[in-house]
Design a protein around this ligand. Structure first.
Ligand SMILES: Nc1ncnc2c1ncn2[C@@H]1O[C@H](COP(=O)(O)OP(=O)(O)OP(=O)(O)O)[C@@H](O)[C@H]1O
Ligand SMILES: [Mg+2]
Length: 273
């Protein structure tokens, strides 16, 4: 496979071209095109069952679309398994928290580096000499950076299942960051959080996207329209597996088809701050 090209800020990092994902008769994605530029927060919104999580699963390789192409850094990645995509720098959080509840916060974050990697801990243990020392020191460094960023110093040794839900969501973000990703897929990171926790989490996402140390491109699936419209560069609207529209938050909010798709759900503007 030819080398991956390194896009600069503002150039295409990820591209989906006519992606179809069917489950029996259900077309969860019915020909989706999306282009995500390096440096963006690109949100995906849409009613329940629209296909948002399926889209995330196709991007990180949990699902394999029957048709269409997925390109990361200019290379087709359709045939790569999730761990290979993780190695390329695609990391994610899940709609339903995926953590080891019986383990500490720090151990969960540490495992984040290995979870997606096929070889994982076993091959990690086979690293020898200098390589291993370098690996360990850089790992420690990123753990500290994550703990610092997410302000979880005081709970680093706490067992995850003892923590309130809001903090568990934060730890999950930490686990995803442990991979030092270039592209971070966030599936409803604000769901179930109270107002204060929502504000904290939105700030962390912005920091991850903007701070020089991180500069991570994010794809955000969220129902909280206030936050989506506040922090996104681009918004992509999905319904029944089809794109309704995409554009800047302003463009999307004023699109009549978007307003129609949301009728009967929460008022698109109700949560706008
Ligand atoms: N593994 C699967 N097998 C069969 N059908 C599936 C599977 N995964 C998703 N679907 C179907 O695909 C459609 C899209 O589901 P998806 O989970 O992507 O919705 P969503 O937009 O994430 O909704 P929500 O906002 O409720 O999370 C739904 O009709 C769902 O039932
Ligand atoms: Mg979902």
């Amino acid at each position: 496979m030819p080398p991956y090209s390194e896009p600069k800020e503002g150039e295409t990092l990820l591209k989906l071209n006519d992606v179809h994902m069917r489950f029996g008769k259900v077309a969860a994605l019915a020909g989706v095109d999306i282009e995500v530029k390096k440096g963006e927060i690109h949100s995906i919104i849409g009613p329940n069952g629209a296909g948002k999580t399926v889209m995330m699963n196709c991007i990180n390789g949990l699902y394999k679309p029957q048709q269409g192409e997925i390109h990361f850094k200019g290379q087709k990645i359709n045939d790569l398994k999730p761990y290979r995509r993780a190695e390329l720098g695609i990391s994610r959080t899940f709609q339903k928290i995926e953590l080891f509840g019986g383990m500490s916060v720090l151990d969960n974050i540490r495992l984040g580096r290995h979870i997606h990697l096929k070889s994982g801990i076993i091959s990690g243990a086979l690293y020898v000499g200098r390589t291993k020392r370098e690996e360990i020191s850089s790992r420690r460094f990123i753990e500290e950076e994550i703990i610092d960023l997410l302000e979880i110093e005081s709970i680093r040794h706490k067992t995850v299942h003892m923590l309130p839900y809001g903090l568990q969501k934060r730890v999950e973000l930490g686990r995803a960051l442990a991979l030092n990703p270039e592209l971070l897929l966030l599936d409803e990171p604000l769901a179930g959080l109270n107002l204060e926790e929502v504000e904290d989490m939105a700030r962390f996402i912005l920091d991850i996207n903007e701070e020089d140390r991180w500069k991570v491109t994010c794809i955000l699936v969220e129902h909280d329209m206030g936050v989506v419209m506040d922090i996104s560069h681009q918004v992509f609207v999905l319904n029944f597996g089809n794109k309704i529209t995409d554009g800047t938050p302003e463009e999307v909010q004023n699109n009549p088809d978007v307003i129609k798709a949301y009728l009967g759900e929460e008022d698109l503007y109700a949560t706008r701050r």
